[in-house]
Write a protein that binds this ligand. Structure first.
Ligand SMILES: *[C@@H]1O[C@H](CO)[C@@H](O)[C@H](O)[C@H]1NC(C)=O
Ligand SMILES: *[C@@H]1O[C@H](CO)[C@@H](O)[C@H](O)[C@H]1NC(C)=O
Ligand SMILES: *[C@@H]1O[C@H](CO)[C@@H](O)[C@H](O)[C@H]1NC(C)=O
Ligand SMILES: *[C@H]1O[C@H](CO)[C@@H](O)[C@H](O)[C@H]1NC(C)=O
Ligand SMILES: [Zn+2]
Length: 598
């Protein structure tokens, strides 16, 4: 017979049963400890829910005066059930034993919540004993607000084809089961579990379908997550520290993930959007462990070419090009608008054109470049090693350089309809350099604070970076104006004028509307950095072939009319005019004028 401390159980009950409301979505942001959003496809997004877990540890073991049941469990099954019933104050039949094992002087048991003989999928508990004393107890048991009838009204077999279609996968024959699933609203649904797989894209799901309504309610994704040790895109250089990122892919932009192109899956730095290699296209980096783990440590005291560093460089380049692919996709650089993908599904545009990024390319030093042929032919990016330091530095490890290069692909494809031939004049080519710096700057922002921006400072080991002035809202720090172009001939120098104008547009928008930290994957917000990137991408599509700063400015103003009903007209004009691109600007003569009414 199990004796429990009434006081202790009621405290535990309060903790355990209060968890459901605390676990709800706060301020529209799903709680990471209980929720996970899974984008299955562009059409299907599931919010999966796991009730909050309480966990207690008891040092050398629960004292026998707290619970007699902490003593030697001979039969794990009945002892575990008795302990949980006692601990949580539950009636008979509410706890079902699942499994357990003994390891020397330790024992482990795993139980599930139960109702009418049907176990719960996501309300579970685990108990551990050492020397036959309970040493820990974890529980996600809940008190559901409502419990569906335990007798299914829709059969599992009648739901299989619906699940296959929704998940683009095939039922794998594993026997279906019927269980309870606690939902985020606190109710317990009766669900059928149906397993589907798609070998081609390496997907394998257990899908939970309501056994009364037939609605798909949740899913377990069995496939290991992809893991990359990289320099996160908001950082600039390895001095800020590489990090292990898990599943950074955005499956709205890359529905099959980053390692599947059409019907072919890879375990290397190759996929639908990019192939990162050295010397030849087969010179990719393989996963360092199964399950798409790319865990290579970069040691910047060693040459870039040592094996681990080369692998880290290819992984970083792969990660960055994919990340820019995904974020640009969210803002409208899609298959139909001539992006870079092997397989473009049925979304228009031409396929067979991923970005090929050649890391530590032997064709040069101290630079990088990006060749953009028309839609349907791969873009080719070459990253070089930089020789300014005694241990040489790798451009693929300075994020702003890789993002700068990838942006050439975006601007060349979006201007003039995917031909890759519409940024050819000196001025348009210069603006191409400017957009590339501006997008690199955008990706590295972390807050609404506007700071001056320098790029290329790691590879050159020079705080001033590779441009003549930092991008700045201060005319003292950066004196460049539209009229500066008159005396400039080199495209990067001209680009600095444009990038600095865009820096001022960015500052004005973020100053007015604030900053979204989730802008890379959520383009729906009203924050300034989101508005900026929408106008940036929209204007590229609107502007003429071989634009000038004047016509590109007009495209921004038009993009704002199209997307925001002109809400930012005066803000934009003022920002452009502050650097000489006012209404009367022409032939590299500045104008500070703004339209009447501004
Ligand atoms: C998330 O849920 C846990 C468990 O209920 C709770 O402790 C935590 O405060 C929640 N976090 C947020 C940000 O709401
Ligand atoms: C646990 O014990 C109960 C009651 O004896 C039994 O019905 C059940 O099958 C056992 N479960 C396992 C997993 O051994
Ligand atoms: C990555 O590798 C290091 C050893 O180099 C190891 O300590 C770490 O656990 C690994 N991380 C992952 C996520 O594989
Ligand atoms: C997209 O790319 C695929 C693969 O190259 C091709 O089969 C398809 O015809 C292309 N166009 C459309 C509209 O999907
Ligand atoms: Zn460039």
């Amino acid at each position: 017979m199990v004796l429990s401390s009434k006081l202790l159980s009621s405290v535990l009950l309060a903790v355990t049963y209060a968890s459901l409301s605390a676990a709800f979505v706060a301020n529209g942001v799903p709680n990471h400890s209980t929720h996970r959003t899974r984008h299955i496809s562009r059409e299907l997004k599931l919010e999966t829910f796991h009730p909050a877990t309480t966990y207690e540890t008891f040092g050398h073991g629960l004292a026998s005066d707290v619970s007699l049941d902490s003593r030697a469990p001979k039969d794990l099954n009945s002892t575990a059930i008795a302990f949980v019933k006692s601990r949580l104050g539950l009636e008979d039949g509410k706890v079902a034993y699942r499994s357990g094992f003994t390891d020397n002087n330790q024992k482990f048991a795993y139980v599930r919540q139960n109702h009418n003989g049907i176990p719960f999928i996501n309300a579970v508990a685990n108990i551990a004993w050492k020397d036959d004393k309970v040493v820990s107890f974890g529980s996600s048991f809940v008190k559901p607000t409502t419990i569906a009838s335990s007798k299914a009204t829709v059969s599992a077999s009648s739901l299989i084809s619906k699940v296959e279609e929704a998940f683009d996968a095939t039922y794998n024959g594993w026997p279906t089961t019927t269980q309870y699933l606690v939902k985020a609203d606190g109710s317990a649904a009766l669900v059928h579990t149906i397993q589907v797989q798609n070998e081609a894209v390496n997907s394998w799901f257990e899908v939970y379908v309501d056994a009364h309504s037939g609605e798909i309610v949740s899913v377990t994704d069995f496939v290991a997550e992809a893991t990359y040790k990289v320099l996160p895109i908001t950082k600039r250089a390895p001095t800020e520290g590489l990090q292990v990122l898990v599943d950074p892919q955005d499956t709205v932009a890359s529905p099959a993930g980053w390692h599947t192109a059409g019907t072919t899956s890879y375990t290397t730095t190759q996929g639908n959007n990019v192939i990162a290699y050295k010397t030849s296209l087969t010179g990719t980096t393989a996963q360092s462990a199964t399950g798409l783990v790319f865990n290579y440590t970069y040691d910047d005291t060693l040459a870039p070419t040592v094996t681990a560093n080369l692998n880290a460089a290819r992984v970083n380049a792969f990660y960055l090009i994919n990340t820019v692919h995904d974020l640009a996709y969210r803002y409208g650089f899609t298959e139909a608008s001539y992006n870079f993908q092997v397989d473009n599904g049925s979304n228009g545009g031409k396929g067979a054109d991923p970005v090929r990024i050649s890391v530590q390319d032997s064709g040069g030093t101290n630079n990088a470049n990006f060749a953009t042929p028309a839609d349907g032919q791969p873009g080719t990016c070459r990253m070089y090693v930089w020789t300014y330091t005694s241990v040489r530095r790798d451009g693929a490890l300075e994020n702003d350089i890789v993002v700068h290069e990838m942006t050439h692909g975006i601007t060349n494809r979006l201007t003039g309809g995917g031909t890759g031939s519409c940024l050819q004049t000196t001025e348009a080519g210069g603006m191409g350099e400017g957009w590339s710096d501006a997008l690199a700057e955008w990706t590295e922002q972390k807050s609404a604070t506007i700071t001056d921006y320098v790029l290329g400072d790691y590879v050159t080991d020079d705080a001033a970076g590779i441009r003549n002035y930092p991008y700045s809202t201060s005319t003292t720090t950066n004196p460049l104006k539209y009229s500066s172009v008159k005396t400039l001939t080199e495209v990067h120098n001209i680009g600095e004028v444009w990038a600095n104008i865009l820096h001022n547009v960015y500052a004005a928008l973020v100053g007015k509307y604030g900053f979204s930290a989730t802008a890379k994957t959520n383009p729906d917000g009203t924050e300034g950095n989101i508005v900026y990137l929408h106008l940036f991408i929209d204007a590229l599509k609107l502007q003429p072939c071989n634009p000038t700063m004047v016509t590109a400015r007009d495209a921004w103003i038009q993009a704002d009319v199209n997307r925001y009903a002109g809400a930012n007209k005066c803000l934009l004009w003022k920002a452009f005019a502050s650097r000489g691109l006012g209404t009367a600007a022409a032939s590299y003569v500045d104008s500070a004028l703004v339209p009447s009414g501004c």
